[in-house]
Design a binder for this molecule. Structure first.
Ligand code: SF4
Ligand code: SF4
Length: 171
């Protein structure tokens, strides 16, 4: 008798059209392996910070085919890709990759949460994200440590970034 755990991967049916769509998207393979044990939620630091975020539930919604709800939600964008859940998942489900696949589809269909758009706009405007929070105190600290204090990005860099990634974006 074969006592090893090797063998064909077990998948769990039934699954929805949306789950199959995610499965076909890069990173989405493996979603059908989820057995809804909840270890991911128990392991997740984001889930420990907010009750809104429950990776198991998010996977369940995909399996149940709640396409519009999941794509319009900001929850898949809260995953930090720390992969702690994946270390502990007994079915080897790559949750962070699955949520990346969800975000890819969501972005293609125009569902990018405003905070992420604002973040990109900020980088395109200033060349970096933290300009507003850069205070004289920090400048003094950097000076004391012998670090550069002039952190304004070269405008050319911002222009190159816009050209390469945001042709049709905000100018
Ligand atoms: S730990 Fe794995 S099997 Fe368990 S609910 Fe999360 S993704 Fe599904
Ligand atoms: S990879 Fe995402 S879902 Fe998994 S533990 Fe980290 S933040 Fe939570």
């Amino acid at each position: 008798m074969d006592t090893t755990n090797e063998g064909p991967a077990i998948t769990h049916e039934p699954s929805s059209d949306f789950a199959r769509e995610i499965e076909r998207e890069p990173g989405g393979a493996g979603i059908m392996k989820c057995i809804q044990c909840g270890m991911c939620t128990a392991s997740c630091m984001v889930a420990s910070m907010t009750e809104r975020y429950r990776p198991r539930k998010l996977i369940q919604k995909i399996l149940l085919g709640k396409r519009e709800e999941v794509l319009a939600s900001e929850l898949p964008w809260l995953c930090m890709s720390c992969k702690l859940c994946e270390e502990r998942c007994q079915e080897d489900v790559d949750l962070s990759e699955i949520f990346t696949a969800v975000r890819e589809i969501a972005a293609r269909e125009g569902h990018i949460p405003p905070v992420y758009r604002q973040t990109v706009d900020k980088v395109l405007e200033d060349g970096w994200l933290l300009k507003d929070s850069y205070t004289d105190f920090e400048e003094d600290d950097r000076d004391d440590l012998g670090l550069h204090t002039d952190l304004n990005w070269n405008d050319k860099f911002v222009k190159k970034l816009r050209k390469k990634y945001f042709k049709g974006g905000k100018q």
